[in-house]
Design a protein around this ligand. Structure first.
Ligand SMILES: *[C@@H]1O[C@H](CO)[C@@H](O)[C@H](O)[C@H]1NC(C)=O
Ligand SMILES: *[C@@H]1O[C@H](CO)[C@@H](O)[C@H](O)[C@H]1NC(C)=O
Ligand SMILES: *[C@@H]1O[C@H](CO)[C@@H](O)[C@H](O)[C@H]1NC(C)=O
Ligand SMILES: *[C@@H]1O[C@H](CO)[C@@H](O)[C@H](O)[C@H]1NC(C)=O
Ligand SMILES: *[C@@H]1O[C@H](CO)[C@@H](O)[C@H](O)[C@H]1NC(C)=O
Length: 522
């Protein structure tokens, strides 16, 4: 009897295990997952952060969903997308420096298994629309070779919103080449000249949703071109912003409105197709706003390309009827590398075949408000860091030559001249030059305090309690030496476990010629 009971229990366990492991057979249907990424969308550029920019769709979707207010991304395009796709820190892919430039012969390492591959293995139809920016020098790097069933978009980091051309100066050839960068699948797409990309991309997403057979789960990744520079937008979107005096900000506001409308169109299409009740929609920026091109991260310090909060604290939310606590604001620590385990978990899939993940499954935190499993977050370590844009009040970035050299600290071997930042609970430690340290003023406000150039001088080691001091105004390393030592040792640990930086020289064979398109050359 007892033997029989035991074996029945074992049988039940085996059955349960099979039910969980086999895609498509679990009791709860696999949710459709739509991930919308905005480009260079700053903290102060969304309506619900009290911006002068109107984003009714983002406001409403997030109000009915979960707003992630302690959510981090990387300070740049390729790195954020890299971490989204691999669930791993940049130091583990050799991509810790800058972005992938058009002629650099590298891509996210081909032995990394990407999110769409895992979703595909879990039984999903996988589609991508928009900006790739994860490398394209050879065909094996393309989205269609890395897990997406279909792709419509551009492979590089930025381009003209209407002509879909990108100009890049190929130093080795002493010429500036302007060429098309738009593809449908792997084919160059020439038929879209004149179409505004925000509309083209949302229209393609709407088409994919409309044609989707609901009996299969859908994974759709929409990486908008908006709101990255160049500042281009049809005039009707800027009409409501006559009150904004700064011309760049006004145009940028129009671009945000177009992007907000695109998100509205996509969510409406999901409802119309009858998919919405079983959809998880994620919205995320890829990095902080670019203040040189209309963006704003007020009241946060710094901007895109820096490790200050303005560069890395991201706008993000989840909207879904499947959330157990909808309508909440979530203050739990979360990072862009967490989406891979979170979404694969929701899909009932497996992360087998990935390399060791840095991300955590956050679904219970997002959906139920449980405490975050993430205590630490490595923002980055980049010994080659350079800030390529001018920064107000600072003619040059701080260099070792200017005496910006950290004294080695007893008990830690971490070289504090290296640009790095790490978070642990409420603490954030920065070393080296973090990037442009300005508090850019709130747009349309004359707030002399917020633009104050006379802050404490920068130091090679800085500690902030970003929970209490998200604006990073109060540097407290002297008060908490034990925290500093602990975090320097954590940085040294991560440095020891990082790959060497891969940042190859331009390959002149990238040249598409006078009539070609940017694309694989190797
Ligand atoms: C680069 O091109 C410019 C004009 O096209 C020419 O004046 C210059 O000499 C060239 N430089 C080199 C190094 O070939
Ligand atoms: C949203 O849909 C409407 C109606 O189809 C369309 O006119 C508009 O251009 C779309 N907006 C975007 C940004 O795609
Ligand atoms: C959707 O897919 C299912 C299962 O493959 C199939 O039976 C059904 O006919 C499809 N529906 C449509 C409208 O294609
Ligand atoms: C420390 O890091 C800086 C910046 O990357 C580098 O220039 C310097 O050589 C390093 N110092 C040592 C002792 O390794
Ligand atoms: C901002 O206010 C200060 C003090 O009231 C004034 O001196 C300054 O001219 C103002 N600047 C602008 C751009 O309005």
């Amino acid at each position: 009897m007892s033997v029989c009971g035991q074996s029945r229990a074992v049988n039940w366990m085996i059955t349960a295990a099979i039910v969980v492991l086999l895609p498509g057979t679990s009791a709860a249907p696999q949710p459709h997952v739509v991930f919308i990424m905005a480009d260079d969308f700053g903290w102060n550029d969304v309506g619900y952060h009290d911006s002068e920019i109107k984003t009714p769709n983002l406001d409403l979707l997030s109000a009915k969903g979960v707003r992630l207010q302690n959510y981090y991304v990387q300070p740049l395009c390729s790195p954020s997308r890299n971490q989204l796709m691999t669930g791993r820190y940049q130091i583990h892919t050799g991509m810790q420096h800058q972005i992938i430039w058009p002629c650099q012969p590298y891509c996210v390492p081909l032995d990394e298994k990407l999110l769409p591959q895992l979703m595909k293995e879990a039984g999903y139809a996988t589609h991508m629309v928009g900006k790739w920016h994860l490398g394209m020098y050879k065909k094996d790097c393309l989205p269609t070779r890395r897990g997406f069933d279909s792709y419509f978009g551009y492979l590089l980091g930025s381009e003209d919103y209407y002509t879909h051309t990108r100009c890049y100066s190929i130093t080795a050839l002493n010429l500036t080449r302007c060429a098309l960068d738009l593809r449908d699948g792997e084919e160059v797409a020439t038929a879209y000249k004149g179409g505004y990309s925000t509309e083209l991309f949302s229209q393609r997403a709407v088409d994919i949703i409309g044609k989707h057979n609901a009996s299969q789960p859908l994974f759709l990744y929409v990486a908008m071109q908006a709101v990255h520079e160049p500042l281009q937008v049809p005039e009707r979107y800027t009409t409501p912003y006559g009150f904004i005096k700064d011309a760049s900000r006004r145009k940028y506001a129009g671009m945000v409105s177009a992007m907000d409308e695109a998100v509205g169109n996509i969510s409406a299409a999901l409802r119309q197709a009858g998919l919405w009740d079983n959809t998880v929609l994620v919205f995320s920026t890829d990095n902080g706003g670019q203040t040189r091109a209309g963006g704003s991260n007020w009241p946060l310090r710094g901007r895109k390309w820096s490790l200050w909060e303005g560069g890395v604290r991201g706008v993000g939310f989840v909207s879904s009827p499947l959330l157990e606590k909808p309508g909440t604001v979530n203050d739990e620590l979360m990072h862009i590398s967490d989406w891979l385990p979170t979404l694969v978990g929701l899909a009932g899939g497996s992360t087998r075949g990935t390399k060791p993940l840095d991300g955590f499954d956050m679904w219970n935190t997002i959906s139920k408000g449980f405490a975050s499993p993430r205590l630490e977050l490595l923002h980055n370590i980049d010994a080659l860091y350079d800030d390529i844009s001018p920064c107000p009040g600072r003619q040059q970035q701080l260099t070792l030559a200017q005496g910006f050299r950290g004294e080695p600290r007893a008990g830690s071997s971490f070289n504090v001249s290296i640009h790095a930042a790490i978070r642990y609970l409420n603490w954030k430690l920065l070393t080296g030059y973090p990037g442009c340290p300005t508090w850019f003023p709130r747009p349309e406000h004359n707030d002399s305090e917020s633009s104050s150039p006379s802050a404490d001088p920068l130091k090679p080691v800085m500690l902030f309690d970003v929970q209490r001091d998200p604006e990073e105004r109060n540097e407290v390393s002297a008060q908490f030496p034990a925290v500093v030592d602990y975090l320097l040792n954590r940085l040294q640990f991560h440095l020891k476990n990082s790959l060497p930086i891969n940042f190859p020289d331009d390959d002149p064979r990238c040249d598409p010629g006078p009539s070609g398109a940017w694309g694989p050359w190797a």
